[in-house]
Design a protein around this ligand. Sequence first.
Ligand code: OXD
Ligand code: MN
Length: 591
Amino acid sequence: MATASPLPKPMSQLSRAVSEWVDSVRELTQPDDVRWCEGTKAERDGLTAELVRSGELLRLDAKEFPDCHLYRSDPADVARVEHLTYICTRSKEDAGPNNNWMDPQAARAKMRELFRGSMRGRTLYVIPYCMGPVDSPLARCGVEITDSAYVAINMLIMTRAGRPALERIAREGTFVRGLHSTGELDPNRRFIMHFPEELAIESFGSGYGGNALLGKKCHALRIASWQARSEGWLAEHMLIVGLRSPRGETHYIAAAFPSACGKTNLAMLIPPESMPGWEVCTVGDDIAWLHPGPDGRLWAINPEAGYFGVVPGTNPETNRNAYNMIRRETLFTNVALTADNRPWWEGLSGGTPVTDWQGRPYDPANGPAAHPNSRFTVSARRNPSCSPLVDDPRGVPISAIVFGGRRREVAPLVYEARDWAHGVLVGASVASETTAAAVGQVGVVRRDPMAMQPFCGYNFADYWRHWLAVGAKLSRPPRIFHVNWFRRDSHNKFLWPGYGENLRVLAWMLERCSGRAAALDGGIGLLPRPEDLNTRGMTLEPQTLRALLAVDVPLWRKEIAETRAYLEQYGERLPAQMIEQLDKTAGALGR
Ligand code: OXD
Ligand code: MN
């Protein structure tokens, strides 16, 4: 007779450290109920069904968008709140001029009062998760406690969540503690606090994106960047994409762009028809954890398991993979609706919006139908170009690192850094026009070093020192590049078509990595000559290409002076190499 297999241990008994923490949070926040998330599909479907019944989620047209739902956030809670995000280290200098700082004891006391009784009448969800493949030594774990089922569903899509993660936590003993409550969604009682020295996050008063899905920006970037410094690796705001050339060589590129500058599009790029034989696979679209490997190369994992991408602009021409990916099993947030209950957003060619993102009858006088920061949450498995190596515990080897920003002038289409140390300066000099991903004015140029301004969990001066130290450990470092897809002419028209055509620029980089392509020293770094870029099959006037690759020396002198003034804010902590590299560039351009 077959013996019945023993029942699995209840989740609440797997890790004493986690259970004790849950008990203390329960005492403080007073929820009506506690639910431990196992991470199964049935559980996620059950939570979704509950939210449909309560009216918080709307089921979309089942024929065209099977298993897709719409969530509308509070209209005053639609983006990350950088001004309410704090790094709470014992010493203010450790947080640096790049962060808002609060004394950890004062911050804990403030948050305690906000959390006291905040979950009365609600359910407390416990979500153990692993950032990265559960069997990868490069992955790290956390537990999010939240009183929002919507947040729980997002976390179940975005991370490897549930029992296997908790089992790893039980084995390892360490985990990041992320406590979240939506509170009353009052912007005056909203704080996103980070305690890197204690591996802890406390977020109150927002239910949206990076403010509330604590595995993403709070853990995988702010806390992880701190952990990475002490452990000798890098936690970066970067996509990871694999490119297989017609020669049969595969290279992986990690690229950092500020929020809403096209990382998701580049990560799942569709090669133009005039570039046959190229294949693209996506490892990640937003975050990369980069570790020096025993072979002297840099190896990357994507700590996430899903995408939380910007919806507007997604269509079969701009990003066919993303467009197809979000046609089933997708959670939409703050998009508009058509009369037949299909999601609608600006940039979609068909359909007519009848209801805007706030649920009002659509009236163009109220602004866009979909919120400019409306999002899709979807499993990476739904991506037609998902790499078979996403679950490889070793990650993928990185041949090139790319930095970029949204600049109407100054930065050329592409240039390559002279070496790693120059590349660190190039990354540190990134500046970009702001987007709707964060609350605040859109379209103003701000400094965004390594696209990490909102996400680095410690002083940028120490961070650049750490970057220099990591590079010194690599015998085969990736080459470092800078790109600008957003350069415009005097009529404000984009000079470069972007999207799939960006592969032409990536192809030049890979030829540089293989030692086959030439480059010219342009003072700011190494640039392709117009003939080095493959423009076959595209309509681009020769003068446009020249303009895209031009280095405007007076503008660059101004840029260098601004970069110098910016870097000097970091005072004595700034590594001397950064100014040496800047002087070298200034010298090459002629002072
Ligand atoms: C994001 C962001 O959501 O960078 O990825 O804001
Ligand atoms: Mn991002």
